[in-house]
Design a protein around this ligand. Sequence first.
Ligand code: FAD
Length: 391
Amino acid sequence: MEKGPFFHTAIIGAGASGLFCAGSFDAPKIVLDANKEPARKVSVSGGGKCNFSNRFISAADYLSQNKHFCKSALAAFKPQDFTALLDEYHISWQECENGQLFGQKAGDIVRFLVNRARAHHTTLALGVRVLDIEKEPGGFLLNTSDGPVRAAHVVLACGGLSFPALGASSFGIKMARKFGLSIVEQHPVLCGLSFDKSLRGLGETLSGSSVNAVVRQGKKSFQGPLLFTHEGVSGPAVLKLSLFWQPSEPVEIDFLPGLNAAEMLAAHKNSTQTVSGVFSSYLPHKMAKTLLAACDGPLAQATRAQLQTAVQTLHHFTFSPAATAGYTMAEATAGGIDTRALCPSTMEVRSVPNLFITGELMDVTGNLGGFNLHWAWASGFVAGQALGRRF
Ligand SMILES: Cc1cc2nc3c(=O)[nH]c(=O)nc-3n(C[C@H](O)[C@H](O)[C@H](O)COP(=O)(O)OP(=O)(O)OC[C@H]3O[C@@H](n4cnc5c(N)ncnc54)[C@H](O)[C@@H]3O)c2cc1C
């Protein structure tokens, strides 16, 4: 077999964590990505503006079977460390509601990641798929679509399974299994929830309508925009809940958070309004009419049962989602490489010295609001620092 070039480090994945890791130390390294363009998820993130971090970040914003694991990296690399770098590269950013930090254009962040990596001795190999990794004396042999590559250290930064259209692959999980690591079962999160057949008509009628709502399951509840889609419900409140969604329990929606539908109906009792008409200033007209179709009619003639149904529907609309919207629509993948196999301050695999894992590939999943990208930066940063100490 051809010998191939040798690097201090080979990073597999020119996504958020791989590029950030590459820019965090000075050794000669190669970053390989099957995509022809770098960091495709970053370039579409945050609706094109890249919600790159969150000022109020803490370990509580992450879901993992090993919930303390992320603390060390989050302490080592904070949101203000990222914004300081953006300032240094003259990239504008802004803080929005709930501490969410956004760029002006996601493309600016991608250029920053690439320029910073290149300024730290990085060869970028785009359009090159890594097919296999073998351990060999002195390091690792990578079998790639462009021939062999050798390196003393390897960083698996291949991301989660969501959005296969942007290059997501199961390669990292395959390699983790090959090196004997355990995997926490993966599933799509930060995505919509689908109605079962009985409610599909509702989704089709209201598709495109949105409202501020509270969505809850068990003890978890989130308030924010809710959007009806052909398949079910989506929007930030639903995406946040999807991180915790348990298929065994129903989901409840309050379409009038902070209001009291019963009092509103009572206040209009002697008017000429219809039941749904009472709520037309608070909900889109079509939404009020469709949701209350079973109990609508002139308010003055409404029975107690009709009024109770209206109140129940508006404050406690309950359904059992058939599924999530799946990997094609999910912003993140929960589960992944079990972090108990990793050193929290370096991301090195304890049982395979010189092999590192970063980003979404491991079982650390952030909620909506900039937490997943921040995890990519923080995990890439601590891995990069550790690799720099070995140069
Ligand atoms: C539509 C969308 C919007 C999002 N918006 C936000 C947001 O605003 N804020 C936020 O915090 N998070 C957001 N996220 C999540 C965030 O983008 C990811 O969590 C983050 O990019 C993960 O970084 P990563 O380095 O682990 O993986 P990625 O950035 O996904 O990078 C992995 C890279 O590995 C490459 N790769 C995989 N297999 C191979 C192989 N065999 N050979 C070579 N290369 C390979 C892939 O092509 C990819 O480029 C969004 C996600 C999506 C899908």
